[in-house]
Unconditional design. Structure first.
Lengths: 378, 402
């Protein structure tokens, strides 16, 4: 744990107990079993709003507490531990970051208080295919009398079913792959021509396929500069990735605790299985990875809070290395539990499934290794 | 950390300006090398050693009465940072062998006032070199099964037996040896820790030539070697607790993954030189590029973790449970770096000596070979994992008994 101030310690402790009591994995199981389209419990979401988590990165003038990304990460670690489903990350971190970095004063006034109150759920509708590649954005936005007209599909949109508006990177010039020519639009989900369908992914979260058919967007709803959307999108994505790393580490840390507990209680051959050196050493390796990766995601969140120049490097490193730890840990929580780990009745499978969607989101390990090397000039 | 160290920092900086000979700037490698020899320091380097000793900055956290400067850990960190700024190094760490890093802290904790007064000032001033007699031919990872015998004889203790992997024994003035004083007790209960001089007829040392060509370790033979009873550290037959502490200090001293030559070319630059790049500036070997990237990340993760654990301890960096993690992580980083270094250079990285090979290439070959010892000495990687699983994770004793 980074050296925390009093406020951060309080928020972390509060998050720890609230999530464990009010939003444990069994609640997630209930939501999954119910097949609810939103894929989260409105009561859980309201509880988060009531605790002020939706305003952690939002300035006080818009109703937030402006405590920064490291503080947000402390909360995400805890929701990650218990797989708590909600739009907290998608809207109050990713959506809010895009508005903060790219929105003009009018947009901030119109949207940020709504994100804090939970009435608005603003999510990033970026991906157009299965592999993360922001500059490959192709969805055309063509100038029209009213502003711009959008046509095309966005897919794997997190909390896409619950969203009240979307942040849509679209191509206003050039071709897919060009860094220039991408523009970010804020699009109300109720706008004529917007339609959405749920996508059923392994982790049972509220993903959607969102279609835009001749959707008219006012030029006043552009975030950042025309054609220069990547200038806003890249730092927004880094904030999103750093937040994901906190959640991923929490998920992996809980899986570690579950496995360790089992190693201490499961008896075979007349002794607890944790006494076998093969398993003791594996636990030691996983614990070592847990401690090493904790340092990097905390450093990444702090780099963002500090506006450090090397924040992109720190984020790429974290997404790659925390990703590897989560992958290993989610495999091992099943392996160490043996047969029981394979049953749907036991929670380990939830961790494995969530691990893969988190690892894939906003660039997998290979993506971020490539990015890190590029940032370092090789 | 709330205390303001600004005033102290400028005090240290002023002292360095007055005391650190400018002729030594950029000569760190030479000083390290000279320090590894007996009486190797001459001229300005010797003057610098004496200036450090007079100020107590050779062992800054030790009490002033024993040759230290009585500084807090945050203050000592400032001294280190200011020294690094002007290119000064503390040669005492090398000059005293195991003195500064392991013997001193353990004597501070377990020694009587007489023992502290006798042994610590010579270490703090860099004048007395120490080795440690721990491992034996039949007691490596299972150190507690050691069999070197020690018998009390009036005011003396008589030692008989053999130690191995004794670092710098052939160059040391004193040895801290772990010996069996009660052969009838359970194996961890009959052990004592005793300090003895190396310059006596009953002690013989033979350097061991390693695969790297160097001989940093010795075999050490005790044939009726004599120690004074007053040099028993800790209680008789309670030496195992002293040894455990000593080994914690050892792990703590082995958590750095830094390469020995601090100014070596970054791996990615070296790779570009040997392998070339594509039109986008990417290394022309995607597999190597990916592995170098992972290594660079892990290297950074390691130093971030050292920083984080130091910060969490709020300057109180006494032996911590995390040392086993850091020792294994440091080993991985250093060993993989050496392997990548060799792989990048191809056949040119495999030279043993001669003019066809650059000094950096030859140095790396030796570092690579010697680096294989990192996962063995100071408690092998497997022993560290036993410590992590047992002491940190609370798993039951692993299958080894004893």
């Amino acid at each position: 744990m980074a050296a925390l101030n009093e406020e951060q310690t309080m928020i972390r402790d509060q998050a720890k107990s609230w999530v464990a009591e009010q939003a444990p994995v069994r609640n997630f199981r209930e939501v999954r079993d119910s097949g609810a389209e939103l894929a989260f419990a409105p009561k859980t979401w309201q509880g988060m709003v009531d605790m002020g988590w939706t305003g952690i990165i939002i300035p006080e003038e818009f109703g937030g507490s402006d405590l920064g990304y490291l503080t947000f990460g402390l909360v995400l670690e805890e929701t990650g531990r218990h797989l708590t489903a909600s739009p907290l990350f998608a809207s109050a971190l990713v959506g809010a970051s895009a508005i903060l970095l790219g929105g003009n004063e009018a947009i901030k006034q119109a949207v940020l208080p709504g994100i804090v109150s939970g009435e608005q759920i603003v999510t990033l509708a970026l991906e157009e295919g299965p592999r993360h590649k922001p500059e490959a954005t192709a969805l055309p936005a063509v100038k029209s009398s009213a502003g711009f007209k959008l046509n095309g599909n966005k897919t794997f949109v997190a909390e896409g079913m619950a969203a009240t508006s979307y942040i849509v990177p679209a191509r206003t010039s050039g071709k897919a792959g060009d860094a220039n020519g991408i523009t970010l639009f804020l699009v109300d989900a109720d706008t004529k021509g917007v339609s959405r369908n749920p996508m059923h992914m392994i982790d049972c979260r509220g993903y959607a396929n969102v279609s835009f058919a001749n959707v008219e967007v006012d030029a006043g709803n552009i975030l950042g500069e025309l054609e220069q959307g990547l200038m806003v999108l890249e730092p927004v994505l880094d904030r999103a990735r750093a937040g994901l790393c906190a959640e991923m580490h929490g998920t992996a840390a809980q899986a570690f605790d579950m496995a360790l507990d089992y190693l201490k209680t499961r008896v075979q051959f007349g002794q607890v299985i944790g006494s076998f050196q093969a398993l003791g050493h594996r636990a030691a390796d996983l614990y070592t990875a847990k401690e090493l990766t904790r340092s990097c995601f905390e450093a990444a969140l702090k780099a963002i809070d500090d506006g450090a120049d090397d924040a992109p490097e720190m984020v790429a490193m974290s997404k790659a290395r925390v990703g590897q730890f989560l992958r290993d840990m989610s495999d091992q929580v099943i392996q160490i539990h043996g047969g029981i780990g394979m049953t749907d009745e036991f929670d380990a499978g939830f961790y494995l499934k969530r691990a893969r969607t988190l690892e894939t989101a906003y660039g997998n390990q290979a993506y971020h290794r490539d990015r890190y090397a590029t940032l370092l000039g090789f | 950390m709330s205390e303001d160290l600004t005033a102290f920092r400028s005090e240290v900086s002023d002292w360095l300006k007055a005391s650190f000979p400018t002729s030594l700037k950029g000569k760190a490698a030479e000083i390290v090398e000279a320090s590894s020899e007996r009486d190797g320091l001459k001229g300005d380097a010797l003057a610098w050693r004496k200036a450090l000793a007079a100020k107590g900055y050779g062992a800054p956290t030790w009490p002033t009465e024993y040759g230290g400067a009585g500084l807090s850990h945050p203050e000592a960190k400032v001294v280190g940072e200011e020294m690094a700024k002007v290119g000064a190094i503390n040669p005492m760490i090398i000059l005293t062998g195991m003195g500064i890093t392991m013997v001193g802290p353990t004597v501070l904790e377990y020694g009587t006032d007489e023992q502290k007064a006798k042994h610590l000032p010579g270490i703090a001033s860099g004048e007395v070199r120490w080795c440690l007699g721990l491992s034996e031919p039949n007691a490596g990872s299972d150190l507690a099964s050691l069999s070197t015998k020690a018998v009390l004889d009036g005011d003396n203790i008589v030692l008989n037996g053999q130690k191995v992997w004794t670092s710098g024994a052939d160059k040391s003035d004193w040895c801290g040896a772990v010996v069996r004083t009660n052969p009838d007790a359970k194996k961890r209960d009959g052990i004592s820790f005793v300090m003895l001089t190396m310059d006596q007829v009953g002690v013989e040392t033979r350097p061991i030539k390693l695969i790297s060509g160097s001989s940093p370790f010795c075999e050490t033979f005790f044939n009726d070697a004599l120690a004074e009873k007053a040099d028993l550290l800790g209680k008789q037959n309670d030496g195992w607790s002293v040894v455990k502490r000593l080994l914690q200090h050892e792990r703590q001293s082995q958590t750095s993954a830094r390469s020995t030559s601090g100014k070596s070319e970054p791996l990615q630059d070296m790779a570009k030189r040997f392998v070339g790049t594509d039109e986008a500036g990417r290394l022309d070997d995607p597999d190597l590029r990916s592995r170098i990237t992972t290594h660079l990340m892990d290297s950074r993760l390691h130093s971030l973790t050292v920083d984080r654990i130091t910060a969490e301890a709020r300057g109180n960096v006494e032996v911590s449970a995390a040392a086993s993690i850091l020792k294994n992580s440091a080993t991985n980083v250093a060993q993989i770096r050496a392997e990548l270094h060799m792989e990048i250079a191809g056949s040119q990285g495999l030279g043993w000596d001669g003019d066809e090979f650059g000094s950096a290439e030859l140095e790396n070959v030796r570092n690579w070979l010697f680096g294989k010892a990192m996962s063995i000495y100071g408690g092998s990687s497997e022993v560290q994992k036993n410590i992590i699983s047992k002491n940190i994770l609370g798993l039951p004793e692993t299958t080894q008994k004893g």
